[in-house]
Design a protein around this ligand. Structure first.
Ligand SMILES: [Mg+2]
Ligand SMILES: [Zn+2]
Length: 175
């Protein structure tokens, strides 16, 4: 049976924003991330991370470095994240996978049976709100990471704006 998904950005949303995070030693998982993911899973959502990682194309770190960070995040949340999708390209590459393009969501739809009508995208940047609009799903914006800077330049209105991923998840679970 299809289940709704919480698509969620990585940097600045689940973890502390670090410019071109490349080392597990610099990873800081927000304290509200593990319990919030647990609640989402208990309520029957898929939890799917969508992350633009142009640092790979820029040569700042390797795919292996990134996978080590994803393994550490997965360990911190008790293995409850269903899938990670990443775009390794530059903004100028014109690829289909870089948010706000739909490649990563389409890949998730190929791998998981997702009920899109009850799915959400949560993130800290304009492009996280934008990909939600492109996919026809609801969006929530957090005020961690780039949130405060992007709030002033929002071209699209998110369905929820709240302090952080923990508060957004609490709101979604009340609906
Ligand atoms: Mg982000
Ligand atoms: Zn890409």
């Amino acid at each position: 049976m299809a289940k709704p998904a919480i698509f969620v950005d990585r940097d600045g949303t689940l973890i502390e924003e670090v410019n071109f995070l490349s080392r597990v030693e610099d990873l800081i998982v927000f304290p509200f991330t593990p319990p919030s993911i647990k609640k989402l899973k208990e309520r029957g959502f898929y939890v799917v991370v969508l992350t633009n990682q142009s640092g790979i194309a820029r040569g700042k770190y390797t795919e292996a470095d990134m996978h080590a960070i994803h393994d550490a995040i997965q360990a911190a949340v008790g293995g409850l994240i269903d899938a990670f999708y990443f775009c390794p390209h530059l903004p100028s590459d014109g690829c289909h996978c870089r948010k706000p393009n739909l490649g990563m969501i389409e890949a998730a739809q190929g791998d998981l049976e997702i009920d899109m009508t009850h799915s959400w995208m949560i993130g800290d940047k304009n492009l996280d709100v934008w990909i939600a609009e492109n996919a026809g799903i609801k969006s929530a914006m957090v005020m961690t990471g780039y949130g405060p800077r992007h709030l002033g330049t929002l071209e699209r209105k998110p369905d929820i704006i709240d302090d952080d991923f923990g508060n957004v998840v609490a709101q979604i679970l009340l609906r």
